[in-house]
Design a protein around this ligand. Structure first.
Ligand code: COA
Length: 175
């Protein structure tokens, strides 16, 4: 298994992975829309058997803590081809992306996902709990790449339009 940066030519394969992993076109379309807007900041693919079998994308997110913008990324989506799931590829992709984001000087990463899965990488719902954001609940989590980046009296998180999120507040993301 190899991890490398995604290239423009990988997009059709990446979309297929997400369509299959998520059982619908939403996540693949999100990747294409973010790439079209130049927001595919950190995009990694896992290669096995000479094919793309997994993909993770990190895109910039507007995050303000106590009125000051910090350098934050959204981790979305992360998808592994069904036949290759539960072999550690998702973990390797996520960890590689987070290491690269840290090396590039990003302050924090926000994710909406399974608390158990993302908790392993250090994501915590408590870090985003007080934020004005389109999601709340245990599945909406933050990770500080710079110590203290998400701690403050108050904060807010605004997603780019490609995410298709209503700016209504307090949508419960469930668990
Ligand atoms: C979730 C996903 C990215 C994980 O990647 P992966 O390569 O399959 O998983 P890994 O091998 O890295 O990790 C496996 C471990 O993670 C946990 N895990 C995997 N999928 C999980 C899930 N949906 N919920 C909770 N835990 C999960 C399990 O504990 C598993 O351990 P086990 O093998 O001992 O049971 C992948 O399964 C996937 O693409 N799923 C469909 C799309 C999706 O739900 N994406 C995540 C959006 S937040």
């Amino acid at each position: 298994m190899m991890i490398r940066k995604a290239e423009a030519a990988d997009l059709p394969a990446i979309r297929k992975i997400h369509d299959a992993a998520f059982g619908g076109p939403g996540e693949g379309r999100l990747v294409a829309d973010l790439a079209a807007d130049g927001l595919d900041t950190l995009s990694l693919v896992a290669i096995e058997d000479e094919a793309v079998v997994g993909h993770v994308l990190f895109s910039p997110l507007l995050v303000e803590v106590d009125g000051k913008a910090i350098r934050a990324l959204a981790l979305a989506p992360l998808g592994i081809a069904p036949a290759y799931q539960r072999r550690g590829i998702g973990q390797l992709l996520a960890r590689a992306g987070l290491a690269e984001a840290r090396a590039l000087g990003w302050d924090a990463v926000i994710v909406l996902g399974h608390p158990e899965y993302y908790g392993k990488f250090g994501f915590r719902a408590a870090l985003t709990a007080g934020f004005k954001a389109p999601f709340q609940g245990p599945a909406f989590m933050g990770l500080e790449l710079r110590a203290g980046a998400l701690s403050g009296e108050k904060g807010r998180i605004i997603y780019p339009v490609s995410f298709g999120i209503d700016e209504g507040e307090g949508v419960s993301a469930g668990a």
